[in-house]
Design a protein. Structure first.
Length: 154
């Protein structure tokens, strides 16, 4: 089972979606997203990001925050692209069908810029998740081996 990085409530908050409990529908940019559909996007995002790791990440793991943000980006991208009638063409690529800026005006521009923002953030977070980084304490600088020989000539 995949780790749970994000929930439907996280995606609802990120997209500023309203929820109609009677109809079990979320509304984003005037688009309706069924509760089951949004849950499916969240499940996919959690599974997709979990695939980067051989074990579940602990909340204390330094990569956890980046993994959580990456999962949130994936879930939001999927929800918006599919709600607009588009189709996904890969992990980060998308196609919005007839929804073009030149024909749909401000609505398409808003959706497109939102998706682009999530895409750019996803790329950053995936880099953070997959690139291990060691940090150092400034107070320990004297213990780091350094070159103390003569000048280096070309």
């Amino acid at each position: 089972m995949a780790a749970v990085f994000v929930t439907v409530l996280d995606v609802q908050a990120q997209l500023n979606a309203t929820y109609d409990a009677a109809a079990r529908v979320y509304s984003v940019y005037g688009l309706n997203i069924q509760e089951a559909s949004l849950q499916a996007h969240v499940d996919y995002a959690n599974t997709y990001i979990s695939a980067f790791f051989t074990t579940d990440l602990a909340v204390s793991d330094p990569r956890y925050s980046a993994a959580k943000l990456a999962a949130l980006d994936v879930a939001c991208i999927r929800a918006l692209v599919i709600a607009t009638g588009g189709s996904l063409v890969g992990a980060y690529d998308y196609f919005l069908g007839d929804l073009r800026v030149s024909r749909a005006g401000p609505f398409a521009t808003a959706i497109k810029s939102t998706i682009e923002g999530f895409k750019e953030d996803l790329l950053r977070q995936v880099t953070n998740v997959s690139t291990p980084v060691k940090t150092g304490d400034v107070q320990e600088a004297g213990k780091v081996p350094t070159y103390r020989g003569g000048g280096v000539s070309p």
